[in-house]
Design a protein around this ligand. Structure first.
Ligand code: M5T
Ligand code: MG
Length: 242
């Protein structure tokens, strides 16, 4: 890819098949490598839908999405999945070992690399305590680990794949504030050359973002840094106050 990582939305609109009203309206932004782009907005605003368009879970109804300057439609599924790691809002583990779950998308990762990813994701501690460690079994759907552990294992899985673009859908809100802060600080180094897009519930998760997009009813109603938005956006002020 010419400029790997860059995600560009050009006047993107989207409606779910069969639904009357569009869920996203005329969305334009660029998420650059080495930067964090945050998306915040009330429930139902369209944050997950927006993220899901990037790995082509759905295709935009109007407009265009480019990755590394290339329209999504021209990139093969393989290229897309090799370059993008997405941590979904409801992260999923399949039955198998912790190691095999982490190697999904990173088949050749060494054990050392897996532990490194676990460490960044603040998951090394509880994995080390489990009998068998990387070989310990995960039940179907990951029901034998807690929700927060599942989330951190999925973050570790995303890191192990070493993609050029990261998508985190509300991946930090199940964590306590301290773990959230530690995890995001640890993420800085391994994601330093990647485009990182974070959907967040908590403002504290994204105050350091290079750009924050405020999404409301499928539209970007404001954008800027935390400091800029505090001055310019009533919607953002309401989110901060809530
Ligand atoms: C935005 C509708 C949803 C809402 C709007 C995922 C999904 C959503 N919707 C569908 O009709 N079908 C679907 O498969 O689209 O929903 P969202 O993108 O999930 O919003 P969000 O991520 O900002 O909300 P939340 O609660 O995760 O903060 O009208 O019904
Ligand atoms: Mg969502």
């Amino acid at each position: 890819l010419p400029t790997p990582g860059t995600v560009e939305f050009k006047n993107v609109s989207f409606g779910y098949p069969g639904a009357e009203a569009p869920v996203l309206n005329d969305i334009s932004f660029t998420a650059k490598p080495g930067q964090t782009t945050a998306i915040i907005g009330s429930t139902g605003a369209g944050k997950t839908t927006l993220l899901n368009l990037i790995p082509r879970l759905y295709d935009a109804t109007e407009g265009e999405i480019l990755i590394g300057g290339v329209p999504l439609a021209e990139l093969g599924r393989d290229t897309i999945s090799r370059n993008i790691s997405a941590v979904p809002q409801r992260p999923y583990l399949f039955s198998g070992t912790i190691g095999s779950n982490l190697r999904f998308g990173a088949q050749n990762a060494t054990e050392e690399e897996l532990w490194e990813a676990l460490k960044v994701a603040q998951a090394d501690g509880f994995v080390a305590e489990r009998e068998g460690q990387l070989d310990s079994k995960i039940s179907q759907g990951g029901t034998n680990v807690s929700g927060g552990q599942r989330q951190r294992l999925c973050i570790a899985r995303a890191l192990a794949a070493k993609p050029s673009t990261y998508l985190f859908d509300d991946s930090f809100s199940a964590l306590d504030v301290n773990t959230d802060a530690r995890l995001r600080a640890a993420l800085a180094e391994p994601t330093k050359d990647a485009a990182v897009i974070i959907v967040a519930q908590r403002v504290s998760t994204i105050t350091g973002a290079d750009q924050i997009l405020v999404l409301d009813h499928g539209e970007i109603v404001a954008r800027g840094t935390h400091e800029q938005l505090l001055e310019t956006s009533e919607t953002y002020q309401e989110i901060v106050a809530s």
